[in-house]
Each structure stands twice: as structure tokens, then as C-alpha cells.
Design a protein around this ligand. Structure first.
Ligand code: PLP
Length: 399
């Protein structure tokens, strides 16, 4: 058997260095646990970055993939695909949306949203109306359009010229959006809770105010729910917490229980703008991925995981608040459902590494924010276990 060390040495020779990878080689997973190539077990509080909402290798997803793989893996969007149709019906019946477009990732879903907003706006208001307002510290993906939409210099640098037509304003500042609207503006694009930007929760009234601005100026509201969607926050979609609906929503990460997929959903009025030949994807919505997604979304409901994300999220936050009371370097605990961040007064990288040694997979984002996005199937016992490890790590880190 190949050891972790051997795999890592081989990776060093052939894998592009786009990620600063940790020296861990997970080869098997079940529920909230993964095992590496040396047989070491980890408790997974990153869940593939909010992808494995159902835990690893959920039996219903595994079965759906196995059965569909044996029947038809791929055919082409030149034909109708039953599992794609059923998935669109399910997502539309559970949301504001009338139609869905399927692709393969979050970035692609956002690309599709940007293209749809621009095409609709050009055809409705004229070719000058193409600009999209997005937030500082946002993250929308790694393609050229989504890098341009992303409000983080570290993602954009090296890739000039960026796509023209994106304006960045501070998050949680509706007045800044209002002030940025010009005759060129066609849409506002936001994450309901910023993920990569440090688990930034919207201020009370913020998203409602943004919705009102969009209505007043006839702008499309695009919500990037790639990370917040599919039960992560205790609702199917995070915007449900705020009593508003977007015009376009993008999904990806957890949609197919770990299989790669993206989706862009829209109201009928806007969806109409995509006519045959105006957008597409070879693999998008293919039989295998949509069968996996159908099983994954149904499992969220069948197993009561939205409610579970709320109760376990409340439990996790209470436990982390306990650590805050004990350790001076913990600044704050924030989040909704099982999307939780803990702000530190120091960079979190070393704590993450020490967590790995102790068998806990966790993550730091925005340098100083520990991000907790465990599978929604996580138990109180597993939360206790993670918090106990974290307690020791914080003490060792100096407070
Ligand atoms: C992860 C993420 C993306 C990018 O998704 P990919 O599948 O990596 O392209 C876009 N938006 C948000 C909010 C994300 O969290």
C-alpha cells in the first residue's frame, strides 16, 4: 500500500501548486469521519468546504450514483434528461425560481448568472446596461468573470485585464450600493453570508434594503448561495432567513452530495432571456450528476437535516461561546446554522495544523477566522469532541 508520505512526494512532482495542501491524504470517508492513506482517522469539520452536507458517502447518494452509472452516465444536452428535469422541478418547487440551468461548479453557475443578467438587461434596457455591483471581501469563483466579480485583490492580482463592468462596495452597507448605481448598472450580486471572506453575517435589514434598491432601480438581485445553500444555514436557502427572494440564485457545493455540479435558477421573466445557443455546458446537468443531486436534496428533507442544522448550529455556537469566555484570543463567534466562524486575534494557520495532528479537520479563512462547516449530520458528541480539541489548541496557542 502507498503511504501518505509517498503520495505527497509524487504530488510534489506532478500536481500544479494551486493549493498550499496540508500533508494529509484522505482515502475513505463515512459520516463526519475520514481516514487517510496511513489509516489515521479525522473528525471532519470542513466537510470538503461545505460540500459534504450529508456527511461522507451518504448511502442514498452512493446508491443513486451506482445505479445511474450502470444505466447512462452521459448523453448530451441536445436531448432531454429525466433526472435533470426532476431536479429542476424539485429546486423550483422549493424556491422562487421558475427555471434552472445546470453546469459543473460554483464559478460556472455564477458565470451563467452574470451572462443571463447582462443579456436580459441589454435586451430590455439597451447595450449600456451591463455593470454589476458586488461586495468587498466577496468570493464568486476563479474564472475570469467570477474573479472580476470577486472583491478580493489576492484573487485578482496577476490576471489583468479583468472583465470590465464590476463595481465593488463594502458588504453590509446598503447606502454604498445605492450610491454606486448608475445608468450602466444591471444587477447586484451578493453572498447572503460571505464564506471565504470570513463568515460575514449580514447586518439586520441589509438584504431587505438591497432588495428594495434593486426593485427601485429595476436591477436584478443575484444571490450566490453556492456555499450557503442546501441546508447549510438551517433553511434550504439562506435568503429564507431574511424574508426576501432574489431574481437569480446560484448553487453548487453541496448540491450533489459531493459530486461536481452547479445550478443557476431564475424567475421566468429573466430565464426567458436564454434562448437556444446563447449558453451551454457539455457536462452540465448530465444524468449521473443530476441523479446524485436528486438523491442528495431528497435526503436533506427525508432526514430532517434543515432542522438538524439549526439545532446543531445553536449547540456549536453555544460551545464556541464557552471557549470565547475562556480564551482571550477568541474575538467573536458568528454564523447562522452550521456555517460558523470564530474570529481570533492571531492568524489561525497554526491552530489548524495542530488540529490535524489531533485528528480534527478544520479551516481558517481570511487569515484569522476559524471556519466550522461540519456535515449537517454531525452529532452533539462529535461537536463536544471537536470543541474539546479546540479548547486545548487555544490554550496552547497562548490564551
Ligand atoms: C466555493 C464558492 C464559489 C466557487 O465554486 P467552485 O465550485 O469552486 O467554482 C463561488 N461562490 C461561493 C460563495 C463559494 O463559496
Amino acid at each position: 500500500m502507498t503511504s501518505s508520505e509517498q503520495w505527497i512526494a509524487r504530488a510534489d512532482r506532478v500536481i500544479m501548486k494551486t493549493y498550499g495542501r496540508y500533508p494529509i491524504v484522505p482515502v475513505r470517508g463515512e459520516g463526519c469521519r475520514v481516514w487517510d492513506a496511513d489509516g489515521k482517522m479525522y473528525l471532519d469539520f470542513l466537510a470538503g468546504v461545505a460540500v459534504n452536507n450529508l456527511g461522507h458517502c451518504h448511502p442514498k447518494v452512493v446508491k443513486a450514483i451506482q445505479e445511474q452509472a450502470a444505466r447512462l452516465i452521459h448523453c448530451s444536452n441536445y436531448y432531454h434528461i429525466p433526472s435533470q428535469i426532476e431536479l429542476a422541478e424539485l429546486l423550483c418547487s422549493r424556491s422562487f425560481a421558475a427555471r434552472a440551468f445546470f453546469c459543473n461548479s460554483g464559478a460556472e453557475a455564477n458565470e451563467a448568472a452574470i451572462k443571463l443578467a447582462r443579456k436580459y438587461s441589454r435586451e430590455t434596457f439597451g447595450p449600456e446596461r451591463y455593470s454589476i455591483i458586488t461586495a468587498a471581501e466577496s468570493f464568486h469563483g476563479r474564472t475570469m468573470a467570477t474573479v472580476s466579480a470577486t472583491g478580493q485583490e489576492k484573487v485578482q492580482r496577476f490576471f489583468d485585464p479583468l472583465l470590465h463592468g464590476f463595481v465593488h462596495v463594502p458588504f453590509n452597507d446598503a447606502a454604498a450600493i445605492e450610491a454606486a448605481v448608475t445608468p450602466q448598472t444591471c444587477a447586484v450580486m451578493l453572498e447572503p453570508i460571505q464564506g471565504e471572506g470570513g463568515v460575514n453575517v449580514p447586518a439586520p435589514g441589509y438584504l431587505q434594503a438591497v432588495r428594495a434598491i434593486c426593485d427601485r432601480h429595476q436591477l436584478l438581485l443575484i444571490l450566490d448561495e453556492v456555499q450557503t445553500g442546501l441546508g447549510r444555514t438551517g433553511k434550504l436557502f439562506a435568503h429564507e432567513h431574511f424574508g426576501i427572494e432574489p431574481d437569480i440564485m446560484t448553487l453548487a457545493k453541496a448540491l450533489a452530495g459531493g459530486a461536481p455540479i452547479g445550478a443557476m435558477l431564475a424567475r421566468e421573466k429573466y430565464a426567458e432571456a436564454f434562448s437556444p445557443g446563447t449558453h451551454g455546458s457539455t457536462f452540465g446537468g448530465n444524468p449521473l450528476m443530476t441523479a446524485a443531486a436528486l438523491a442528495a436534496v431528497n435526503a436533506l428533507f427525508d432526514e430532517g437535516l434543515l432542522e438538524r442544522a439549526q439545532t446543531m448550529g445553536t449547540y456549536l455556537v453555544r460551545k464556541l461561546e464557552g471557549l470565547k469566555a475562556k480564551h482571550a484570543l477568541v474575538q467573536d463567534v458568528r454564523g447562522i446554522g452550521l456555517m460558523v466562524g470564530m474570529g481570533l486575534s492571531i492568524p489561525g494557520g497554526e491552530i489548524v495544523k495542530q488540529g490535524h495532528t489531533r485528528g480534527l479537520l478544520l479551516n481558517v479563512t481570511h487569515d484569522t477566522v476559524l471556519r466550522f462547516v461540519p456535515p449537517l449530520v454531525v452529532t452533539e458528541g462529535e461537536i463536544d469532541e471537536a470543541v474539546a480539541i479546540l479548547d486545548e489548541l487555544l490554550a496552547a496557542a497562548g490564551g
